[in-house]
Design a protein around this ligand. Structure first.
Ligand code: GCW
Length: 840
């Protein structure tokens, strides 16, 4: 008996040490994986000393215990009180003062709000590592900083280091609806709500608070800016208070998006006119009610007069009058109003050559500069349109010099591949943050404006639209978490470089193995540029279907409607003329020095050319290429780079855990296929529109393809695909007989090994079955069961649903017969675009 039990224990021990632990990604960058050389941190005392103080003391101490024990493989214990032994002491100025005893001499009284200082103190034989926060938040940030040092293998600081955040507002917004869906959320349902209520189990919310605190984020707006009209009902406030309770220990304040009509809808007043005394009183009473339930409530985000939301314009009042009415109610409690600058008319007249959506932010707000209460922050999207793959910085940043501003960045990849494509956004955000607006002819980069430095504003900062969901790994694509991490790091310090942020994220998320680190860094680093190459070049915008899910290509959807995302293409040229001289005058909204650069087609940077100018397709860029040839080349280059993601990723097999390896592999495989859908759609569209062929003859010429409609069909019938550019030859075949259909072709490739690729369409509405035979022998079969969120209601063959499968390394010879069988399911008719036979 005894022997077998020992053997069992021994086996268990081996299993535990040999296995790479299974990972779901739920720990994100806080995995605390055992590190290779724990002896490097041998001087770290094993006791964590907590002085009697705030709940944050304990949260910080617990986190240190959890992280250090796991990473260093030795026990760390928490001790309370004032001891004279070796210890890591984690505390804040208030707790220190309360504890009274001068247990160490370490001046922290000059610390800025939310700052921390961290350093070693050796006195005689006593060795201490001290983490001192200016306040409970600073203390938490200091603890997470120490953990990051150890996890990423950096040496412990030899001298005390201090750090403080760039700006006070470092918030994320969640566009969660009370029914549990998330607008533009791509990682499952809401962690906050289900079925009209706050969830019973809020474990994920506390986990989210921890992740946010670890990168210095101090606020979450927990409901959609398209706010539910029930939000301010008394019973909802009680429910929201439960969310705030989960976030509080992490120093994260909860805030709410509210609809300006609430006084009328919730309060049953006859009006919501912001200057009406009954409305003003209603806001005051409502805000008092909220602070009773949520004493550290952060404030309100307001979307008004925008995309169907009501606003002050209904009463001929200004955004300032509306924001101030609400802000005055919040002020005594220390709450803020983040009033969104995203106010525009979505019924513009396409035929009016002076109409321009990009002008709207400036036109609506610049005259109000200085008219806002001191606790109002204008929340301005990075660009003047809407989170496109490339936009200039919004001119509003330079126009508001007496008003606090926050930059709104979109972490969720609405127009940028929806967490099915890898797109690392930090380089894009830095491009905007580093743009020098040259206000008053001096250096005023956007980052310093939103930090409140350029124009000496008291508030300001960073808001990221995060939209994490219930997916175990929060954002669906393991690589997308670098964007949430990077947002927090940039909000803390916008001066950090892309490489600093990326490299640390990679190490924390995937480990310190040199091959792993260099491969993942390299994959992520250029991924924005690659995505831009195969979606929308030269500042034209993401050429997605803007009337649908903003996912796949749908080029002309942007034109000839009221939304104003136009690029005004015709047979001779393309681009929005936004010049002062001949166009919409938008460029004149920038300070003169910058306006001058953009106004002249010769000095305007190429990557913003079509945003600022209308030019012929033959216009020559700075690199000597014509616009149209550049578009062709960029799409081919970008799509080709996307094909390399899979083989580069495959070099990491065995070096990281299988779960995340397989998950990422699947996404990269998908991206490779979808990049080709994008490439073909955009290049064919440009060729047709301009009438100018690709110099290299690639566009519209696919010698390795066999169009489904040209194969011998049994049961399959051809259909026209809309928009035409989203299927090869603009056609697909569909099967409308329940028993299934088939397509057959005779191959004429020289004898060799090939990839057999099937490009088909996968809808949400069904799980069609497919199989491929060669000379009657099966090669493979699959089920079209992808449930990509973008195509939920889009049960059509198009650029959203087009996808592919590849069977590699198949020996072929001339005269082989290839047959594809498809069996429809529900309303999905097993649609096929083409088969492609490529060389290994
Ligand atoms: O980009 C658009 C999105 C909307 C969003 C809106 C906004 C929440 O497509 O889904 O609404 O921007 O930012 O208000």
């Amino acid at each position: 008996m005894r022997r077998s039990r020992n053997l069992g224990l021994l086996l268990l021990f081996f299993a535990a040490t040999l296995c790479v632990r299974a990972e779901t990604g739920s720990e994100a960058w806080l995995r605390y994986a055992p590190i290779a050389e724990p002896s490097r941190y041998a001087t770290l005392p094993s006791r964590i000393l907590v002085l009697p103080g705030s709940p944050a003391d304990l949260a910080a101490a617990n986190e240190l215990q959890r992280g250090l024990t796991s990473m260093l493989g030795r026990p760390f214990t928490i001790v309370h009180g004032v001891h004279g032994t070796d210890a890591i002491i984690v505390t804040n100025l208030a707790s220190l003062t309360r504890a009274g005893a001068a247990i160490f001499t370490f001046t922290g009284d000059k610390l800025l709000p939310e700052a921390f200082t961290l350093g070693e103190k050796v006195e005689g034989k006593t060795h201490r590592l001290i983490i001192l926060g200016a306040d409970p938040r600073g203390e938490l940030y200091g603890a997470f900083h120490l953990l990051e040092i150890v996890a990423s293998g950096q040496p412990l600081p030899t001298k005390p280091i201090s750090d403080s955040p760039s700006s006070p507002v470092r918030w994320v917004n969640q566009w969660d609806n009370l029914d549990g869906t998330i607008e533009r959320g791509y990682a499952g349902r809401s962690i906050f709500y289900d079925n009209g209520h706050v969830r019973a189990d809020l474990t994920r919310v506390s986990g989210y608070g921890r992740l946010l605190a670890s990168v210095g984020i101090n606020g979450v707006t927990v409901n959609n800016v398209n706010s539910d009209l029930r939000t301010l009902e008394p019973e909802m406030i009680v429910e929201f208070a439960r969310i705030a309770d989960q976030l509080r220990p992490w120093g994260v304040r909860m805030s709410l998006s509210v609809d300006l009509s609430s006084p009328q809808v919730v309060g049953h007043l006859p009006t919501f006119d912001p200057v009406d005394p009954t409305v003003i009183a209603w806001w005051r009473i409502k805000v008092d009610e909220i602070y009773k339930a949520i004493p550290d409530f952060g404030g309100f985000v307001i979307k008004a007069d925008s995309e169907g939301r009501v606003g002050p314009s209904q009463y001929h009042r200004t955004p300032a009058e509306a924001a101030n009415a609400v802000a005055r109610a919040l002020k005594p409690h220390g709450g803020l109003v983040l009033y969104r600058g995203f106010v525009y008319n979505n019924h513009l007249d396409y035929n009016d050559l002076k109409a321009d959506r990009a002008r709207a932010g400036y036109d609506n707000f610049h005259a109000l500069d200085g008219k806002f209460e001191s606790n109002v922050v204008i929340q301005v999207k990075n660009g003047p349109i809407d989170f496109q793959v490339r936009e200039p910085a919004s001119p509003l940043f330079a126009a508001l010099q007496h008003t606090s501003q926050a930059i709104e960045l979109q972490i969720t990849q609405e127009y940028l591949g929806q967490q099915r494509h890898m797109v690392f956004l930090v380089p894009m955000w830095k491009t905007t943050l580093d743009t020098d607006m040259r206000a008053d002819n001096r250096s005023t980069p956007v980052k310093e404006i939103v930090e409140g430095k350029s124009f000496h504003q008291p508030l300001g900062g960073f808001v990221g639209v995060a939209n994490v969901g219930l997916d175990a790994n929060w954002m669906h694509h393991p690589m997308a978490m670098a964007n949430l991490y990077g947002f927090g790091k940039l909000a803390w310090n916008p001066g950090l470089t892309t490489d600093q942020i990326l490299d640390t994220w990679t190490r924390l998320t995937w480990g310190n193995h040199p091959t792993v680190v260099s491969t993942i860094d390299e994959l992520q680093r250029h991924s924005w540029h690659v995505y831009e190459q195969y979606t929308g070049n030269l500042g034209i915008g993401t050429l997605t279907n803007i009337l649908s899910y903003h996912f796949g290509p749908g080029i002309e959807s942007a034109e000839r409607n009221g939304w104003g995302q136009w690029f005004r293409a015709d047979s001779t040229g393309i681009g929005m003329d936004r010049t002062v001289a001949t166009g919409t005058g938008y460029i004149g909204q920038y300070p003169p020095e910058l306006a001058k650069v953009y106004e002249d087609v010769n000095t305007c940077p190429d990557d913003l050319l079509l945003f600022m100018h209308h030019v012929p397709y033959t216009h020559v860029l700075h690199d000597g290429k014509t616009v149209v040839q550049y578009v062709y080349d960029a799409h081919y280059e970008g799509a080709a780079t996307a094909q390399t993601y899979v083989p580069r990723w495959q070099t990491l097999k065995g070096l990281i855990d299988d779960e995340r390896y397989e998950q990422t592999l699947k996404l990269f495989t998908y991206q490779a296929g979808h990049a080709i859908v994008w490439r073909d759609a955009v290049t064919r569209w440009f060729q047709k529109e301009s009438g100018i062929p690709d110099k290299l003859g690639r566009v519209g010429n696919y010698p390795d393809r066999i169009e489904a409609e040209n194969m011998t069909a049994e049961g399959y019938t051809p259909v026209d695909v809309k928009p035409w550019e989203t299927a090869s030859n603009s056609k697909a075949v569909v099967c409308n007989q329940a028993s299934g259909c088939s397509l057959t072709t005779t191959l004429d490739k020289p004898a060799d090994n090939y990839n057999i690729i099937v490009q088909y369409f996968d809808f949400w509405s069904g799980k069609s079955r497919f199989s491929v035979d060669l000379n009657g022998k099966p090669i493979g079969n699959w089920i079209a069961d992808d449930t990509l969120p973008p195509v939920r209601a889009e049960n059509q063959p198009n650029g959203d649903t087009s996808t592919r499968i590849t069977f590699p390394n198949i020996p072929l010879k001339p005269g082989d017969t290839l047959t594809l069988h498809g069996t429809p399911d529900n309303t999905e008719p097993a649609p096929v675009d083409y088969v492609e036979i490529t060389k290994q």
